[in-house]
Design a protein around this ligand. Structure first.
Ligand SMILES: [Zn+2]
Length: 153
């Protein structure tokens, strides 16, 4: 397998990667699509997210198909299409942790339906589903501004 990582300022490489073994609370997603975010471009420009001794794994806007579901994970099944919410994963996928969604098989640790995993409705292509994360950021930011204005008046 391979994983896209930042090695230094403007130095991004597709490195050989061995996915960690999944446990009973984990799932593995066969990645189908992943967006490139403005945050990713900032990480690349800055040489990665500062984590002593670690490279930065890229990709936090991912969608794919479940290929492994741990025995303790409920409500999802192998073959199901899902979006990964990176900020609800204990390893902050693509945001400073060891996993990034620019890989073939993504380990999602401590996976929970409706939290770190969201089902993709039938008929939604993976590349469109992967835009759920940036859409949610845009909607949340917009709502936040409206709330601030509302509290001032
Ligand atoms: Zn993003």
């Amino acid at each position: 397998m391979r994983l896209l990582t930042i090695h230094d300022v403007n130095d991004v490489r597709l490195d050989p990667y061995e996915r960690p073994e999944a446990g009973p609370k984990d799932v593995v997603v066969k990645m189908k699509a992943c967006g490139i975010c403005g945050s990713d471009l900032s990480y690349i420009k800055n040489g990665g997210i500062p984590t002593p001794g670690k490279l930065t794994a890229l990709g936090h806007e991912g969608a794919g198909e479940l290929m492994f579901v741990g025995a303790d994970v409920t409500g999802v099944s192998v073959g199901q299409s899902v979006i990964i919410n990176p900020m609800m994963t204990p390893s902050y996928i693509g945001s400073g942790g060891p996993e990034g969604a620019f890989t073939e098989e993504l380990l999602v640790r401590d996976a929970r339906l409706g939290d770190s995993l969201l089902p993709i409705p039938d008929g939604i292509p993976y590349d469109v589903a992967a835009m759920c994360e940036p859409l949610s950021v845009a909607c949340t930011g917009s709502t936040g501004r409206r709330r601030r204005r509302a509290t001032r008046s």
